[in-house]
Design a protein around this ligand. Structure first.
Ligand SMILES: Cc1cc2nc3c(=O)[nH]c(=O)nc-3n(C[C@H](O)[C@H](O)[C@H](O)COP(=O)(O)O)c2cc1C
Length: 163
């Protein structure tokens, strides 16, 4: 016996997270909002992200994309979080209008993010309707260490209160 989908979502919604946009090294750029992200190992430096089988991101990773970049979003980047979750439109493609660079894997790094982790795919483990992609962190950096993070809690965007 296990809890139903709605109950599970509600339970996990109580686990406050940061928010990332995962970008892929494909030539035709693609991004996906992701908060099922965790640190895995210090030595070697490994992270994980869980990707839904119903997403284009999954199709591209299964289709041969061999890396990803986790862009850790700042509070002022909520529009990117919404856009890459397919919740809202933007007037222009953020890959064209927002400052980006590339590092080890070639996946776009949004330079206004707080920090990024650029990873090669080390392993993939299917788990239910998601696949867990373990990434080896090839390069990374804190870009805007003074910015506050974008948070997600109980189905809502949130932030850290001002002191
Ligand atoms: C805050 C937030 C976090 C999300 N985290 C994940 C996640 O970790 N993994 C995932 O597969 N989808 C996650 N999603 C849903 C995807 O962002 C959404 O399905 C997206 O439209 C998939 O994009 P694609 O099909 O264009 O690749 C999240 C959505 C939101 C709003």
């Amino acid at each position: 016996m296990s809890v139903d989908n709605g109950t599970f979502r509600e339970l996990m919604g109580n686990f406050a997270t940061g928010c990332t946009v995962l970008t892929l090294p494909d030539e035709s750029h693609h991004g996906m909002t992701a908060n099922a992200v965790s640190s895995v190992s210090l030595d070697p430096p490994l992270v994980l992200v869980c990707v839904d089988h119903d997403t284009e991101c999954y199709e591209r990773l299964e289709g041969g994309a061999d890396g990803y970049c986790l862009n850790i979003l700042a509070e002022h980047q909520q529009d990117l979080g919404e856009f890459f979750a397919d919740l809202t439109e933007l007037a222009e493609d953020p890959f064209e209008t927002r400052p980006t660079t590339t590092e080890a894997t070639g996946a776009p790094v949004f330079e206004e993010s707080i920090a990024y982790l650029d990873c090669s795919v080390e392993a993939a483990h299917e788990a239910g309707d998601h696949t867990i992609y373990i990434g080896r962190v090839e390069s990374g950096g804190v870009l805007n260490g003074e910015d506050k993070p974008l948070l997600f809690f109980r189905g809502e965007w949130d932030g850290i209160a001002d002191e």
